[in-house]
Design a protein around this ligand. Structure first.
Ligand code: HEM
Length: 545
């Protein structure tokens, strides 16, 4: 670890994926600031309660490390460009902000593929009305809460929400919560929650599942300074950048935090003063609806064709089709570790055996452990996508070494690692929303999906590039106009090719006529300031001279 970060200056949601760290419940509140002085007063009131990145008690703490108590509710804040304008930031500071952030997500809808052929879209009213005027979204407050044993959020979530409402009222509602979420469009905020499942005692436990039935949250970039001590090198395996010698290293800090060298070894141009930008970053908030019935129907029907073509049972065909679309089996085992259904079953058997060993204390985590295989894989050994299809969700959103410009299959020493991909990484920080599958009776029309939060230092270079070039096009994946089979726009006749090996003599399988599986319900871009910048904003002392 070369970089030592000032954790007390960073907001905690940049380094931590709260959902996986004991905060399975979330609430996202959006604010409109009608008055500069009131806005600053609100920021000043909130500032002492913001959750920073200072570490909590954990097994990974090193001796002497500063630690603070884990809160019941983690609180963080971000601002849109118009929010910063409403707070009275100087023009010199505002004009240094990146164009895509100034535009906001709504204005970038066509670039992102968020509009249908006639400009049609189904955004929640809050995002429909997100234009200059009373409904303009200026700030996002994220609340991530711990959970009661019955699966409800801890009472503190309501208490913090009431406190925020009271603070708005005290300011004569010159800072107010913008409503307009959900099916009836009246929700005051957006709630989210990990999907819950009962354990052996019947108690509800948070899972890493999303609504289609995949286990999510394995892949997350690791950057220099993010973890302390040895943990960083360990986490960089599978999460960091790939060196030409095929080892892993943490990505450059500047890919995720402003004010540090990035993968191009440059400190990108920033908004002045330097202390305003440094330790801040950007976040894309996107509400993504999932058509769970369409997904289940499609998998069932296409699997029937696959089963016949490949001469395998329906269940195997369904599981295989799901895995080929995502790049991982439903439980998260990557296709690169277990390319066939039989390999997957063997992997699961090993996991069960390991669990038993762990219970009696015989198992030691080894170099080639199963845990490591869940994240430590590359695509060089699979140039044609026979194991993991080139067009699968996983290969598109993090191609790892696949787009290596010098790599020639079968010629060791031609590798240059993951250079092209290193500048396109995003930290994912969201959670699912809406009731669990069983409760919603497998209907498309309910209120369920993912609140997708992408954190990166350049929304344009990282989030937007992945969304536009890799999800909504197929050229980098030798897939022509095919979009991502899981989350891309699926116009009439959308298809997904599952390659077969040349040696097998089998034709590829073409999954045809994929319906629209994911629909955007709206969102926006937010600047996540450092604690120093928050103080400057709150006190009105952003001085770019
Ligand atoms: C409803 C929408 C989505 C669903 C259901 C979904 C599902 C999944 C699943 C099942 C995985 C595999 C688990 C893992 O590797 O962590 C995954 C990984 C990932 N997804 Fe998505 N995803 C969605 C939206 C998006 C969007 C919009 C983006 C980017 C703009 C994205 C980027 C990623 C990334 C970067 C990974 C990790 C890949 C890796 O590191 O190998 N996903 N997603």
């Amino acid at each position: 670890m070369a970089q030592k970060l000032d954790l007390a200056d960073l907001q905690g949601n940049i380094l931590r994926a709260y959902g996986r760290q004991g905060f399975p419940k979330a609430r996202y509140l959006f604010l409109h600031i009608a008055d500069e002085t009131a806005g600053r007063a609100f920021v000043e009131t909130l500032r002492p309660r913001i959750t920073t990145a200072v570490r909590w008690q954990s097994k990974a703490n090193y001796p002497g490390e500063v630690i603070v108590d884990r809160p019941k509710v983690a609180i963080n804040i971000g601002f849109t460009f118009y929010g910063l304008l409403a707070l009275g930031l100087p023009t010199t500071t505002l004009r240094g902000l990146p164009p895509e952030f100034i535009d906001g997500m709504g204005a970038r809808a066509d670039i992102l593929g968020d509009l249908g052929p006639d400009g049609d879209h189904k955004w929640d009213p809050i995002w429909e009305n997100n234009k200059i005027g009373d409904g303009h979204v200026h700030a996002l407050i994220t609340l991530n809460a711990q959970m009661n044993p019955d699966g409800t959020p801890v009472e503190d979530l309501e208490a913090v929400t009431r406190w925020l409402q009271d603070e708005c009222a005290k300011l004569g509602n010159k800072v107010r919560i913008v409503a307009g979420h959900g099916l009836d469009g009246k929700g005051l905020w957006q709630d989210a929650s990990a999907l819950l499942e009962p354990d052996s005692t019947g108690a509800l436990q948070p899972t890493a599942k999303e609504h289609f039935g995949f286990t999510d949250g394995f892949g997350d970039p690791v950057f220099d300074g993010q973890y302390s001590g040895e943990m960083e090198d360990l986490r960089a395996i599978g999460g960091g950048a790939i060196n030409p010698d095929q080892t892993w290293r943490p990505l450059a800090t500047g890919e995720f935090l402003l004010g540090y060298p990035d993968e191009a070894q440059e400190i990108p141009g920033e908004s002045l003063p330097f202390d305003f930008s440094r330790n801040g970053t950007f976040m894309a908030y996107r509400k993504l609806h999932q058509n769970v019935k369409s997904f289940a129907d499609y998998i069932r029907d296409s699997a029937a064709v696959y089963a016949k073509a490949m001469n395998v049972p329906q269940d195997e065909a369904e599981q295989t089709l799901m895995a080929k679309i995502a790049g991982r089996w439903a439980d998260g085992v990557p296709l690169m570790a277990a390319p066939t259904f039989a390999d997957w079953k063997a992997f699961q058997a090993k996991e069960q055996a390991q669990e038993k060993l762990e219970k009696v204390g015989h198992h030691k985590r080894q170099e080639n452990s199963l845990e490591r295989q869940l994240v430590d894989f590359k695509y060089a050994s699979d140039p044609d996508g026979v194991k993991c299809p080139l067009s699968s969700h996983l290969r598109r959103v993090n191609p790892r070494d696949m787009l290596d410009p010098t790599f020639r299959p079968g010629q060791p020493g031609t590798w240059s690692g993951s250079v092209l991909n290193n500048r396109r990484r995003i930290l994912r920080r969201g959670l699912p929303y809406g009731p669990m599958k069983l409760e919603q009776g497998q209907n498309d029309n309910g209120e369920h999906g993912i609140v997708f939060l992408a954190v990166c230092s350049s929304l344009f270079r990282q989030f937007e590039f992945v969304q536009q070039q890799w999800i909504q096009y197929g050229l980098d994946f030798n897939s022509g106009n095919d979009t991502c089979p899981l989350i891309g726009n699926h116009g009439k006749g959308a298809k997904f090719v599952i390659p077969s090996s040349v040696e097998s003599g089998e034709p590829p399988f073409i999954a045809a006529n994929i319906p629209q599986l994911v629909e955007v319900r709206g969102g926006d871009y937010f600047f996540i300031p450092s604690m120093t910048a928050l103080r400057m904003i709150g006190m009105g002392i952003v001085d770019p001279t």
